[in-house]
Design a protein around this ligand. Structure first.
Ligand SMILES: [Ca+2]
Ligand SMILES: [Ca+2]
Ligand SMILES: [Ca+2]
Length: 294
C-alpha cells in the first residue's frame, strides 16, 4: 500500500468506484515509494482515459535530478514506455475517450509494454537503471513540469514480474463488455405486402453502455444502426415488405465503443397476398322472402 499525496486532482467515476482526474495544469500525485524499483524486477499497471496524444508523464521516477533524467517513465513516447533512453512507442492508445489498461513489466533486464491485456510492440533492454526520488503520477518527478490531463484508476505497482495470464486477468477484471446477442425479434409471423409490421428486440450490456441495433429484414433494404438505447431498453422497429416471400428477420447490437454482438436467432415471416378464405356453411336452398343463415 502506497501513501498518496494528492495535489489538486479531483475524484471522478472510475473503472471501479472512483478515479483521479487531473487538469494538466498543476495537478499531480506524489507517493511514498522512493526505493530504486528498477534495481530488481517490478511491474506497473493502471487504467487510464482521456490522455492527450504525445509524450506524457503518466507514472515515472527520476534517475538523477540535476540535470534531470527519468529512470523509467510510462507514457512516453506516445503513451509508451521510456526506460533509460530505450523506448517502446505506445501509438497514442489512451486518447479515444475510453478506458484502457496500460502498464509494463521489468524482470531486471528486459522491459515489455502491455496495452489492454496484450504485449504492445517489441521489448527493450534498458541500460544503467536505478531510480531515485518518489514515484509520481501525471507529472515529471521534479514536480514542476510535464503535467498531464486525464483520468487514472486502479494503479498497481508490484515488486515482481506479472506473467501474461496475470496481466490478462488484470485487464479482464474491468475490460469493456460486448452487448448480449439480442433477443429473437418478436412480432407478426405472417402478413401481406405493403403493410407495416412492428417488431421488438432487446440486449443487455453489462458495463451499461448505450446500445445501437442493426436490423436485417432479409429483403435487401439498407442496414442502418439505430440508437442509442439504454441497456435492456426495448428497441421497436416497423417494416414493410413490398414483395411476397419468406423472410428471416434478425438483429445485432453494438455498444458505444463499437463492440458488436452476434446476430440474433431469426424470426421467419411469411408475406403472402392471400385471397380471402370463403368458409361459408349453411343451407343449400331456401324460400323466397325467408332469411337463411350461414
Ligand atoms: Ca477506483
Ligand atoms: Ca489544478
Ligand atoms: Ca460495453
Amino acid at each position: 500500500i502506497l501513501d498518496l499525496s494528492i495535489n489538486g486532482a479531483s475524484w471522478t467515476t472510475g473503472v471501479s468506484g472512483t478515479a483521479l482526474d487531473f487538469d494538466g495544469i498543476n495537478d499531480y500525485v506524489n507517493t511514498s515509494l522512493t526505493q530504486s524499483l528498477s534495481s530488481n524486477a517490478f511491474s506497473v499497471f493502471l487504467w487510464a482515459k482521456d490522455i492527450p496524444n504525445g509524450n506524457k508523464y503518466i507514472i515515472s521516477q527520476a534517475y538523477i535530478f540535476s540535470p534531470f533524467t527519468s529512470d523509467w517513465l510510462l507514457g512516453n513516447p506516445n503513451h509508451g514506455l521510456w526506460f533509460n533512453d530505450e523506448k517502446i512507442d505506445g501509438n497514442n492508445q489512451l486518447s479515444d475517450g475510453n478506458w484502457h489498461h496500460i502498464g509494463f513489466i521489468f524482470d531486471g533486464i528486459e522491459a515489455k509494454l502491455y496495452i489492454d491485456g496484450a504485449q504492445h510492440n517489441s521489448s527493450i533492454i534498458p541500460p544503467e537503471v536505478g531510480g531515485i526520488g518518489p514515484v509520481v503520477f501525471m507529472t515529471r518527478a521534479d514536480l514542476t513540469t510535464g503535467f498531464v490531463s486525464g483520468t487514472i484508476d486502479e494503479i498497481y505497482i508490484y515488486n515482481h514480474v506479472l506473467n501474461p495470464i496475470e496481466i490478462q486477468n488484470l485487464y479482464q477484471q474491468y475490460a469493456p463488455t460486448t452487448p448480449s446477442t439480442p433477443s429473437t425479434p418478436s412480432g407478426p409471423t405472417t402478413g401481406k405486402p405493403g403493410i407495416n409490421y412492428e417488431y421488438n428486440t432487446t440486449s443487455i450490456d453489462i458495463d451499461e453502455d448505450n446500445i445501437y441495433y442493426l436490423w436485417d429484414w432479409d429483403d435487401g433494404s439498407d442496414f442502418i444502426w439505430l440508437g442509442p438505447y439504454s441497456s435492456g431498453e426495448i428497441c421497436t422497429r416497423s417494416h414493410t415488405w413490398t414483395v411476397e416471400g419468406t423472410y428471416n428477420v434478425k438483429v445485432k447490437a453494438k455498444d458505444q465503443i463499437g463492440l458488436e454482438s452476434n446476430w440474433s436467432n431469426p424470426l421467419t415471416v411469411e408475406i403472402i397476398m392471400k385471397p380471402p378464405i370463403a368458409d361459408a356453411n349453411g343451407p343449400y336452398y331456401g324460400t323466397t322472402d325467408d332469411s337463411v343463415h350461414f
